[in-house]
Design a protein around this ligand. Structure first.
Ligand SMILES: NC(=O)c1ccc[n+]([C@@H]2O[C@H](COP(=O)([O-])OP(=O)(O)OC[C@H]3O[C@@H](n4cnc5c(N)ncnc54)[C@H](O)[C@@H]3O)[C@@H](O)[C@H]2O)c1
Length: 279
C-alpha cells in the first residue's frame, strides 16, 4: 500500500460513553476518512467482550506498542494521561480526552517535552469550548488579557465529591455558584466536569491554569441542556462573549454535541509535529 493510501491507525483507551461512540464511528465511517481501529482498551476488559472484535481488544495497556497506532485517544480518566501519556507520545500522536489532567504542572511539562522530543503531537479536543482557535490567536499575538469560562449545568449533571458535591446537592431548589477562581485549582476537585475549562487554559498559555478564571454553576432550571459561556478580554476595550447551549439528557455529564465534536477533533489529528495542538 502506498504512503498516500495508508490508513491512520487509532488506539482507543477507555470504553465508556465517548469510547463506545468513537469505536462505532470508526467502524462505520473510518474507511472514508482513511482511519482504522488499532486497538481498544478498557480497565474492565469484560465490557469489550461481544462488543469489540477479539483481535482489536488490548489486554494490557503497556502492550500498546505491538498495535502500531498512529494516534492514541484517551477517553477514560485523567490518571491514564498522567501515568501513560509520556510513553504514548514517544510512539504516536496522543489526543487527551481528559485535559483536566494537565492542570498538574508536572504532567503538563512532561507531556509538552515528550511531544517536542518525539515530534508527535499532543492534541487537545476543543470539546464544548467555542472559539478556542480565536483565543489561541489572540494569545499568540500577546493580546489576551483575561479569559473567563463559565459552565452551568443541572445539579444532577455533576459528578462531584467533597464540598462541591454537597453544594451541588443543595442546588436542587435554586441556582448556586459552586466555584469561582483559577481553573487550575478547580480541575482536581471536578476532574470530569471541567474539561472545557482545561481546554481553554491550553488555548491560552500566557494565562494558563493559574490565570484563566473558571466559574461553575448548578442551576435546577436547566434540565436538558448545558451552557458554556466564555468572556475574552483584550487591549483597548476589546472583548468577546460567547454562549453555547448544548442539549444533554437529564443527568448526563456530557452534552450530546460533544460526541460529534470529538469525532471532528479526531479528523483534524493528521500529525502537526512536536507540539500541543487544539483540535
Ligand atoms: N474534553 C471534553 O470536553 C470531555 C467531554 C466529556 C468527557 N470528557 C472526559 O473523557 C473521559 C471519558 O468520558 P466518558 O463520558 O466516556 O466517561 P465514562 O464514565 O462513560 O467512561 C469512562 C471509562 O473509563 C474507565 N475508567 C474510569 N476510571 C478509570 C481509571 N481510573 N483508570 C482507567 N479507566 C478508568 C471506565 O471504566 C469507563 O469505561 C472522562 O475523563 C471525562 O471527564 C472530556
Amino acid at each position: 500500500m502506498s504512503g498516500e493510501q495508508r490508513r491512520r491507525r487509532v488506539g482507543i483507551v477507555g470504553y465508556g460513553h465517548l469510547g463506545q461512540y468513537l469505536v462505532k464511528r470508526l467502524q462505520d465511517d473510518g474507511l472514508q476518512h482513511r482511519l482504522e481501529l488499532a486497538f481498544v482498551w478498557n480497565r474492565d476488559a469484560r465490557k469489550l467482550e461481544g462488543a469489540v472484535p477479539a483481535e482489536l481488544r488490548l489486554g494490557k495497556l503497556t502492550d500498546f506498542l505491538e498495535r502500531h497506532a498512529d494516534i492514541i485517544i484517551e477517553v477514560a480518566h485523567p490518571c491514564i494521561v498522567q501515568d501513560n501519556g509520556e510513553s504514548f507520545l514517544q510512539a504516536a500522536d496522543f489526543m487527551v480526552g481528559s485535559p483536566t489532567a494537565l492542570a498538574d504542572l508536572g504532567t503538563e511539562l512532561k507531556l509538552r517535552e515528550a511531544a517536542r522530543r518525539s515530534g508527535h503531537t499532543l492534541y487537545i479536543p476543543s470539546g464544548a469550548l467555542w472559539g478556542g482557535q480565536d483565543i489561541q490567536r489572540l494569545d499568540d499575538g500577546g493580546m489576551l488579557q483575561a479569559l473567563t469560562v463559565m459552565m452551568v449545568k443541572h445539579p444532577s449533571s455533576f459528578r462531584l465529591g467533597g464540598h462541591l458535591g454537597e453544594l451541588a446537592q443543595g442546588a436542587h431548589q435554586e441556582r448556586m455558584v459552586l466555584y469561582s477562581g483559577p481553573v487550575g485549582r478547580l480541575c482536581p476537585l471536578a476532574p470530569n466536569n471541567v474539561n472545557t475549562m482545561a481546554a481553554a487554559c491550553i488555548a491560552a498559555p500566557s494565562l494558563g491554569f493559574d490565570g484563566v478564571k473558571g466559574c461553575l454553576i448548578a442551576d435546577p432550571n436547566l434540565p436538558d441542556y448545558h451552557v458554556v459561556e466564555t468572556e475574552v478580554t483584550g487591549p483597548g476595550g476589546f472583548s468577546v462573549t460567547t454562549r453555547r447551549k448544548n442539549p444533554a439528557a437529564c443527568g448526563a455529564v456530557t452534552g450530546t454535541a460533544t460526541f460529534a465534536a470529538f469525532w471532528s477533533s479526531l479528523l483534524v489529528c493528521q500529525g502537526h509535529g512536536g507540539r500541543v495542538y487544539l483540535c
